[in-house]
Write a protein that binds this ligand. Structure first.
Ligand code: MRU
Length: 402
């Protein structure tokens, strides 16, 4: 794994740079003070950048897992080209990589959806190519091409889904005709939690994508409140950065909220169950309670790749527990420090952690919580906006998988 800061020149926020077969990921641990890309070369690198949260966000985790594996597969196949049994080796390599990457983070179901697709592809290509009259070398080449193409398709699918979700979600928000209490001007604000933008996806974003589309439509949404999102600060480091980048008026707040100007809370999801219960960043559940208390809409934005119809309800979702150090220390960037000067005596930002409590203190650090469907107003996907059946008060998501 190596890093560079050369890739951030285009002016658009790109969570990944993929140039077949090379993958760079934007290091989200040092944003927004530093914009640095990490080259991901191996399955182990891929596992590490996901586990250590250099990349994060449900859709992006899946895409980095797929492309990281594809990238290493190309190199592995070249190294083994011409060897006896190279096709079997490449098949084994793929399955072992898929198994390892499944262990990187447990809650976002997008990762498992992507790994399932790749595993099925490996099985079907194994059958088809073994029945063909291709040489060993041709089988390897055909396999690698199909595998890489499928990973690229997942990346493109994510961007297309987000754009479509952005349109549908924006139309839905605008159809609500929110008005401010004060002046009935038709202007309204929304609140969002964690980071669900370009940085959490292959591009554009889910909840933040809807906010982008709605703001662009210029039909009322004029301000966004974003929570800092304890303990990892995805809100202050990443969402405020994205809103600032896009020049969308925003205010960064703590994980509490000022209800008065906010007409809807809109967040992403890591897993949506068959009954509409949603796992998302810790703190989401509390916001749903506040929204319900004040009669504010609570909207989930999630591509259908985040819907897990195999789980009947939220109690079945595996919730990731993370290290106590994320709570016992605060991390930030030190700029005005002589020790951070480089050879030309220029200041370079340095990421530092400071203790906020002794490391002997007891900690429980679940990364996600579950919001019950009863507190959710709508679930926006790339195909439709799911609302509750007025008769039963329940979501029916069964039609979401094409
Ligand atoms: O721990 P993270 O940063 O991966 O958690 C991310 C979230 O909870 C997002 O809200 C969710 O993945 C939706 S991203 C489009």
């Amino acid at each position: 794994m190596s890093s560079s800061d050369s890739g951030f020149a285009s002016g658009t926020l790109q969570s990944i740079l993929w140039e077949r077969p090379t993958l760079h990921v934007l290091d989200q641990l040092v944003l927004p003070m530093e914009k640095k890309y990490i080259k991901v070369e191996t399955v182990q690198d891929t596992f590490d950048v996901i586990r250590n949260m250099n990349v994060r966000g449900a859709p992006l985790i899946a895409i980095v897992a797929a492309l990281g594996l594809a990238s290493h597969l190309v190199v592995f196949a070249n190294e083994n080209s011409g060897n006896d049994g190279s096709f079997d080796k490449v098949l084994d390599f793929s399955i072992t990589g898929i198994k390892k990457l499944r262990l990187s983070r447990p809650t976002a179901v997008n990762l498992f959806e992507a790994m399932d697709i790749l595993e099925q592809l490996v099985e079907s290509l194994k059958l088809d190519l073994n029945q063909s009259d291709k040489s060993e070398q041709e089988k390897v080449e055909a396999f690698v091409n199909e595998f890489v193409a499928k990973c690229e398709w997942m990346k493109d699918r994510d961007i297309a889904d987000n754009l479509s979700m952005g349109n549908l979600g924006s139309e839905y928000l605008i159809s609500k005709h929110y008005k401010t209490n004060a002046d009935q001007s038709g202007k309204f604000s929304v609140l969002t939690h964690c980071n669900t933008g370009s940085l959490a996806t292959a591009g554009y974003g889910t909840a933040l994508g809807i906010i982008r589309s709605c703001y662009k439509a210029n039909l009322g949404l004029d301000h966004v409140y974003c929570t800092e999102t304890r303990p990892y600060n995805q809100g202050s480091r990443l969402t405020a950065f994205e809103l600032d980048h896009d020049k969308i008026p925003y205010t960064l707040i703590t994980d509490s909220m000022k209800t008065a100007p906010i007409k809807a809370i809109i967040v992403g999801a890591d897993r949506v169950c068959a009954n509409g219960d949603v796992a998302n960043k810790i703190g989401t559940f509390q916001l749903s309670l506040i929204a319900n208390h004040y009669g504010i809409d609570f909207i989930i934005a999630a591509p259908t790749t985040t819907i897990d119809l195999s789980l009947p309800s939220g109690s079945h979702i595996p919730i990731e527990s993370r290290s106590s150090s994320e709570i016992l220390t605060a991390s930030g960037t030190l700029i005005e420090n002589d020790s951070s000067s480089n050879r030309n005596n220029e200041k370079t930002p340095q990421r530092v952690s400071v203790a906020v409590a002794p490391d002997s203190f007891n900690v429980w650090n679940p990364a996600f919580d579950v919001t019950p469907a009863k507190y959710i107003t709508a679930i926006v996907t790339e195909t439709c906006v799911f609302l509750k059946d007025p008769a039963t008060g329940e979501f029916d998501l069964s039609s979401c998988k094409k």
